[in-house]
Design a protein around this ligand. Sequence first.
Ligand code: ATP
Ligand code: MG
Length: 508
Amino acid sequence: MKVDVNEISALIREQIKEHENVIHNEDVGMVLSVGDGIALVYGLDDVMLNELVSFENGSYGLVLNLQEEYVGIVVLGDDLTIKEGDKVKRTGRLIEVGVGDNFLGRVVDALGRPIDGKGEIRFSKRRTIERIAPGVMMRSSINEPLETGIKAIDAMIPIGKGQRELIIGDRQTGKTAIAIDTIINQRDKNVFCVYVAIGQKQSTVANIVEKLKFSNALNYTVVVSASASENAAMQYIAPYSATAIAEEWLENGKDVLIVYDDLSKHAVSYRTLSLLLKRPPGREAYPGDVFYLHSRLLERAGKLSKQFGGGTLTALPIIETQAGDISAYIPTNVISITDGQIFLLSNLFNEGFRPAIDSGLSVSRVGGSAQTRAMKQVASSLKISLANYHELKDFSRFGSDLDPHTKAILKHGDVLMELFKQDQYFPFAMERQILELFAVNNGFLDSLDMKDVTPFLDGLYEYVHNFYPHILEELKDKKEISDALKQNMMDAISDYKEVVFRGEEILV
Ligand code: ATP
Ligand code: MG
């Protein structure tokens, strides 16, 4: 038999009408029905949206639906021991998490409770997990690079501190790898990082934590995890909690990087909750406000103006596509909310071209203003050369005889593509990226066999590091290639090529 909660609550209201003058307590309600992690509760007339309530069995709940006769509450813990008729108490608080520096190096759940077995986390401050994003007048424009250490990104799709850059691609295309490498590259750069794992396997998260620890990156990072085994409510609130933790640093003038891995699963958890709460389904069965779900989250990233401390929050949301379909509902939403996207292609990935970044479709709408002058000097024409190369390459498949000019362009493009291959967990310092790009741009590698390209570049860095260290220092400090430095670099690379480099055996 289907029980109509409206009927029940009307009945209860009728029955207690006469007592209402005697007891009037809106702070305690009663469970009408419970199941699938959702409790419908009668009597909490004054409860707020997103308020935390407590059940008799000790579980907490989050108020998500306010109806006239009852409220819909998602249970944040065990719902099996909640029974019809149980009391539900208001806490008067919106849902909050602890924040502060003690969270660095720790793994916590969506409510900020430690799950790494390293004991309690002490904190002196809590923040509500939802907050209205800073307004226009509090912000300033983005003008500093957030270095990812990944050559293809820093050169062609530069990310600025305070930017929102989407990482999007099919499953197993290296999305997480890009985010983790970016976190690793923030070592000694005074950037705090927050990694939010939503709906992932616990073993995957454990692996990531291990890698961060191994790369000495955990001590400036917090991992917030709502794994696949946790209920939809925990997965739904995890990114908001994590952002609250990040905001505490942002408001104290720090640079913070946050990775949401991934928002597709986040949208699914919200869809689950909405359907259980009987909200009307829309496109792809998502509720109508799923756009707002992600926009209010990503709007919290940005760069605050000097007056407000000048802190930045850079967001790297991740979205998983199905068979490269970026026109599905959630991908298009998040593309339109972010300031650019890094597209990963599974065919490039499978061909061994990793990171599998599509340089044509990937953009950063903040772009050049987030690059140092030196990087701009070597990177400004890369996207166009690669586009030309791809076009010519497609075309040249049809003809066998190519003129020398075309051959030269193709060779140069091949070298560039080779340069952009990069192993996971090995982010490159900015000065090394610039040195390599400078060598390639000036044609030093065009005469090499393809197999020699990577050994040449590796050896070159080693050589310059040992014999011309001032080149790297100047690139690092001045962030600009002066005429004198340019000459120095030309000389160093010529020396290396003519005297030192002998194919795979390097004589340094
Ligand atoms: P999922 O969809 O499962 O979340 P993903 O898109 O996040 O996958 P990753 O887990 O980052 O992809 O990477 C998939 C595999 O490819 C991993 O085994 C990873 O080690 C490997 N990989 C990623 N990037 C590189 C790279 N640059 N060089 C070599 N291997 C890589
Ligand atoms: Mg992943």
